[in-house]
Write a protein that binds this ligand. Sequence first.
Ligand code: SF4
Length: 421
Amino acid sequence: MMSMEAEAIPLAGALPRRSRQGLVAWGDKRVTVGGSAPVRVQSMTNTDTADAVGTAIQIKELALAGSELVRITVNNDDAAKAVPYIREQLDRMGVSVPLIGDFHYNGHKLLTDHPACAEALSKYRINPGNVGRGDKGDRQFGQMVEIAARLDKAVRIGVNWGSLDQDLLARLMDQNAQRKQPWDARQVMYEALITSALESAAKAESIGLNGNNIFLSCKVSGVQDLIAVYQALAKRCDYALHLGLTEAGMGTKGTVASAAALAVLLQQGIGDTIRVSLTPQPGEARTQEVLIASELLQSLGLRVFVPSVTACPGCGRTTSTTFQELAKQIDDYLRASMPVWRARYPGVEGLKVAVMGCIVNGPGESKHADIGISLPGTGEAPAAPVFIDGEKALTLRGAGIATEFQQIVDNYIEKRFGSLA
Ligand code: SF4
């Protein structure tokens, strides 16, 4: 028997972030990133930016799905010319989301030649690995940063291992060769990613960019590499960090790899805005990456976007598909209703619903939810007890269980959240 009183297990939760807070602004609107701001969800379009209408429509879809910042590629004159029109259309549609311009190779020229584009964007993404080499690269980088500083734009210095500054990498490899015990080549690569980001940030600040509005990213495609790089980066600076596993892939692989990498870092208080770089499967909506990013933050308890549905996986005790169908139906219904409910029922996103397959865990899990239903398993009486706020409220029977349960959820939401609007 234990003689001493057991020590309380610490409450679960992510460590606090210690980044500075920056602003991504457009007109009189702004999105805070870093510091005490919630971890932001962002995404990127895959339309041709020169197609202003198509791009604006996709941005609207991404924003409605929950993307709080949207990046668009600005790769040529036609794309740069379209940017102010895209901004205009979004404003006309009431889509309140800042635009980030993704620049590579010719960003200095596009931002200089297209001042309306430079103005319409809220943030520029600059990849130090492809602004040019040597003095020319310094000049071109400086040119972009000067425009950002003059227009008070935020900048992400986005380093990527696929386009790492080759001169810097060569310099660090030479230094490594001088070491008594040379580092592993991957460690040199980690160092190069971080050095590239930090040296570029210092250069940008020396040119006049507000350090609070500098965000950093060092993206790699390996889960363990990403964790190692960001842990080191977070130790060496307090810039707000953009987190994402680059080229995560598609489907289950891309989802799981992104979630695995990002969850570890977010739990350690690392990461102020996230993007899930998912390759859409044929026919899959671009918004899928936004849903995954939102779900990830909600699973970690960092944000609350939509009511959650707890459902058991089912087993041999429940051989019918009734409870799977009900869980899906309720989940779809809650998600589809959120655009309207968000304004009508403040706080409804925190609602917890349980749909369980049998009596083993059904009543217990249902009692932990705001509303729960425990469906009959194989051989159990054809009755489904419904629990509201932890108490058994009624029992549903017959073919109309799904409709009746949805009605009960509606009534509960109206009663609990309707008066808060
Ligand atoms: S609640 Fe019942 S049906 Fe669901 S997994 Fe557990 S035992 Fe199986």
